[in-house]
Design a binder for this molecule. Structure first.
Ligand SMILES: NC(=O)c1ccc[n+]([C@@H]2O[C@H](COP(=O)([O-])OP(=O)(O)OC[C@H]3O[C@@H](n4cnc5c(N)ncnc54)[C@H](OP(=O)(O)O)[C@@H]3O)[C@@H](O)[C@H]2O)c1
Length: 263
């Protein structure tokens, strides 16, 4: 199966590397072409300078771009140039509504769409240990599962298009609260003059251990939590709050977290 990967950022670049290493025929595209060129040289795969060219001959097109504006512009370009029957997977994090629109656009062009957001960030992406939640037809997923397993430790089919993203949002909620706990914990430690390294040992050895806590441990000890809240965290917090509002849910801690980090 010929694979095309679009968007070689922190996540997409790592994912594409595993697909290439597993021996699948891969062509990559990135908006900043120099990144695609460098990636292709390093990973011995093809690259193209436009989405139109990158789609030629692709049976599976995957993408991981920054936000919904980016994924909408990319998918419009894909459906204009890919052939009927192509399978398209979005590995980025997006809202349910946006994802349904992408699915509908693909359907109109007789292409198959799956939402396949990933969880695990860079460290687990490096180890090909991402957790993917998938929305869309199971039969379509089964056709490409072998390729997805080159970078995932688990692939969970959730249901129709958009349900992969809804699952990803729940995962985000849990991560947000750990992050806010670490932020408040740091303030507490500083106020009481506790030894951060000792407190961290207790957190990581005890019941509050989590991957998120582990991943942010070094920054926490240094009192530097900047890397914990990135532009992606801000984007994702807004997505989560909007979904809660759509269902008239009061996710108070999430709303507060989103307000704090976006101010
Ligand atoms: N990083 C993580 O830990 C992580 C974990 C799970 C999910 N995600 C999700 O994965 C997605 C990508 O995250 P990332 O960390 O890989 O982001 P990133 O490192 O900032 O990379 C963003 C990618 O999107 C491309 N892009 C941005 N705007 C574009 C546009 N208008 N048209 C075409 N391409 C565009 C960028 O191209 P250029 O190189 O030209 O800028 C780059 O390839 C996001 O939805 C994020 O929420 C990230």
């Amino acid at each position: 199966m010929n694979v095309c990967y679009i968007g070689l950022g922190s996540m997409g670049g790592r994912i594409a590397k595993h697909i290439s290493r597993a021996g699948f025929t891969l062509t990559v595209y990135n908006r900043t072409v120099s990144k695609a060129k460098a990636f292709a040289r390093k990973n011995q795969c093809g690259y193209d300078t436009s989405i139109k060219e990158a789609c030629v001959g692709a049976q599976l097109i995957m993408m991981c771009v920054f936000d919904e504006a980016a994924s909408w512009s990319v998918i419009k370009d894909i459906v204009a140039h890919a052939k009927e029957g192509t399978i398209i997977i979005d590995n980025g994090t997006a809202s349910f509504e946006h994802t349904k629109r992408m699915g509908e656009l693909c359907r109109q062009h007789k292409m198959h769409f799956l939402d396949g957001p990933v969880s695990g960030a860079e460290p687990l992406a490096d180890k090909a240990q991402l957790a993917m939640s998938v929305g869309g037809e199971k039969a379509v997923l089964n056709k490409v599962k072998k390729i997805l397993m080159t970078f995932c430790r688990s692939i969970t089919h959730m249901g129709p298009i958009g349900s992969g993203q809804l699952c990803k949002i729940v995962n985000l909620l849990v991560g947000f609260h750990t992050k806010q706990g670490l932020r408040e914990g740091l303030e507490f430690v500083q106020a009481y003059g506790l030894d951060k390294k000792k407190v961290l040992k207790v957190i990581l050895d005890g019941s509050s251990y989590s991957y998120t806590a582990h991943k942010n441990a070094q920054g926490w000890v240094k009192g530097n939590l900047e890397k914990m809240v990135t532009p992606l965290t801000k984007k994702d917090s807004v997505i989560a709050v909007n979904h809660a509002k759509n269902k008239k849910l009061r996710l108070q801690a999430t709303e507060l977290f989103a307000t704090i980090i976006n101010k």
